[in-house]
Design a protein around this ligand. Structure first.
Ligand code: NDP
Length: 472
């Protein structure tokens, strides 16, 4: 029997994706390097739909209907190259290899170019939503050639999450665009979580609220403009009691945040592209700071402030600061997608990205509808902050936001996410920036030249001589 699509790599993600295809009525070929996983899938879920199991890559490829579509769900890195090489050996021109793992977009660009030379399509695809999403509907971000998406797209759209009947899957752009957008999505997820964590920490320190009381605060917030999956699960985690000790769960967890690397990739790429993704960067650095127990122990006795905390009105201020900072973090992430699109020739539809993130993925939120509407109203929007709805929200939030940052500084609670987001907001809206002084200093010590506000061209002042200005 020939299969509509195949999945190789049947660990947590691959096995659930295969089941998702089968449950949607597609015949799905399944394969795994270690055959026991394939057998286990067939034993436990073989009755959920039409599976075609294979014990070898050759058999797997030959069980696929042409043009063949094989999804790789293996450990990202060199394993992916090995599996691509094996699959490609049995494939024919026009066939498609889809990588659904968390690959770096530059690897995807390299792989796509190499396979294109051999007449094969390579579709690097971001898949978000973890184990649960893979089974019940993930958010899917495929890159690769538009031609490949014509036949592959309907299958992916079928298994993707749906919001208001719209699938959370769209062709993002050529080669590595899909994996790039998935990476930025993960970066935004870092920023989102950091802001939530700062909100929790500040309210707990300033007002002495218990984790259980804070769970109620977040539950309330989830009814308004902050409504999102991450706020919802914050309520769950803060409300949870450790079964062994009876203490709040959050108090028994070691406070050192780990990372698998997509946040770091996002920041590295942003540095290359020259895009200030301060929200994501602060989130990555906050995790790094938490992971240095030696330095933290050595710093514990450093002087702190004697400032006093405000009253319960802080709760509403933090809610507004959280929303404003979140707008900034998303605006920065979308700027990075814009810049990469220009750099790599992708032409990504930013409104469509907001649309496919509304379901299936970790950053799903009511707020994304607003972003979609903003880009629909003005596809060339230079920054999300300037969209009328967001400009109004920021205007409404800014007094609270400033009080929160001031309060945090006064009582000594670190809020790098809130503070840097506010600095970004104030920086972007400034009429004149002190960058002019920086240019002057650069010209003084390094003859790096500067431009003038009143004339075209580059200039240099002879700082060590007569201090006259000359065109450079
Ligand atoms: P793992 O990342 O744990 O990888 C295990 C799978 O890779 C097994 O099927 C294993 O086969 C296979 N594998 C490893 N090396 C090779 C190799 N050299 N040749 C052939 N097969 C190999 O699996 P997950 O299901 O957790 O994740 C799969 C992909 O999805 C990863 O790229 C991961 O980053 C990504 N992912 C995405 C998530 C999301 O939310 N989008 C969440 C989790 C993961 P064997 O059984 O023979 O060892």
């Amino acid at each position: 029997r020939t299969a509509d699509i195949g999945v190789t790599g049947l660990a947590t993600m691959g096995r659930n994706l295969a089941r998702n295809f089968a449950r949607h009525g597609h015949v799905v070929a399944v394969h795994n390097r270690t055959e026991s996983r394939t057998k286990q899938l067939m034993e436990e879920h073989g009755d959920e739909g039409a599976f075609v199991p294979s014990s070898s890559v050759e058999e797997f490829v030959s069980s696929l209907q042409r043009p063949r579509k094989a999804i790789i769900m293996v450990k990202a890195g060199p394993s992916t190259d090995a599996v691509i090489e094996e699959l490609a050996g049995y494939m024919e021109p026009g066939d498609m290899i889809i990588d659904g793992g968390n690959a770096h977009f530059l690897d995807t660009r390299r792989r796509e170019a190499a396979l294109r030379e051999r007449g094969l399509h390579f579709v690097g695809t971001g898949i978000s939503g973890g184990e649960e999403g893979a089974l019940n509907g993930p958010s899917i971000m495929p890159g690769g050639a538009a031609e490949a998406y014509e036949t592959l797209g309907p299958l992916l759209e079928d298994i993707a999450a749906k919001v208001d009947g719209t699938p959370c899957c769209v062709h993002v752009g050529p080669d590595g665009a899909g994996h790039f957008v998935k990476m930025v999505h993960n970066g935004i997820e870092y920023a989102d979580m950091q802001l939530i964590a700062e909100s929790y920490d500040l309210l707990r320190q300033a007002l002495g609220l218990s984790p259980g009381e804070l769970a109620d605060v977040f539950r309330e917030w989830n009814r308004g403009e902050l409504e999102s999956y991450l706020i919802e699960i914050t309520t769950e985690v803060l409300g949870h009691t450790d079964l062994a000790t009876g203490r709040p769960f959050v108090d028994v967890v070691l406070d050192q945040a780990e990372q698998k690397g997509t946040g770091r990739w996002t920041v590295q790429s942003a540095l290359e592209l020259g895009v200030p993704v301060t929200g994501i960067a602060e989130a990555v650095f906050a995790r790094a700071l938490s992971g240095h127990p030696g330095q933290r122990a050595a710093a514990r006795s450093l002087a702190g402030p004697n400032g006093t905390a405000p009253g319960a009105e802080l709760i509403d201020d933090v809610r507004r600061a959280l929303y404003a900072s979140k707008i900034v973090a998303y605006a920065q992430g979308f700027d990075q997608i814009t810049a990469a699109g220009e750099e790599y020739g992708w032409n990504v539809d930013r409104g469509a990205m907001a649309t496919i993130w509304r379901g299936g993925c970790i950053i799903r939120a009511r707020f994304l509808d607003r972003i979609r509407a903003a880009y629909e109203a003005d596809p060339a929007l230079p920054t999300l902050l300037a969209a009328p709805a967001f400009a109004a929200a920021l205007a409404d939030a800014q007094d609270s936001w400033r009080r929160v940052v001031a309060t945090a500084a006064t009582i000594g609670v670190p809020t790098p996410g809130f503070s840097s987001a506010l600095a970004y907001y104030d920086g972007l809206r400034r009429d004149r920036l002190p960058a002019a002084l920086v240019q002057g200093l650069r010209d003084f010590f390094g003859a790096h030249t500067y431009r003038r506000v009143d004339q075209a061209g580059a200039f240099h002042t002879d700082w060590s001589g007569d201090r006259r200005e000359r065109p450079a």
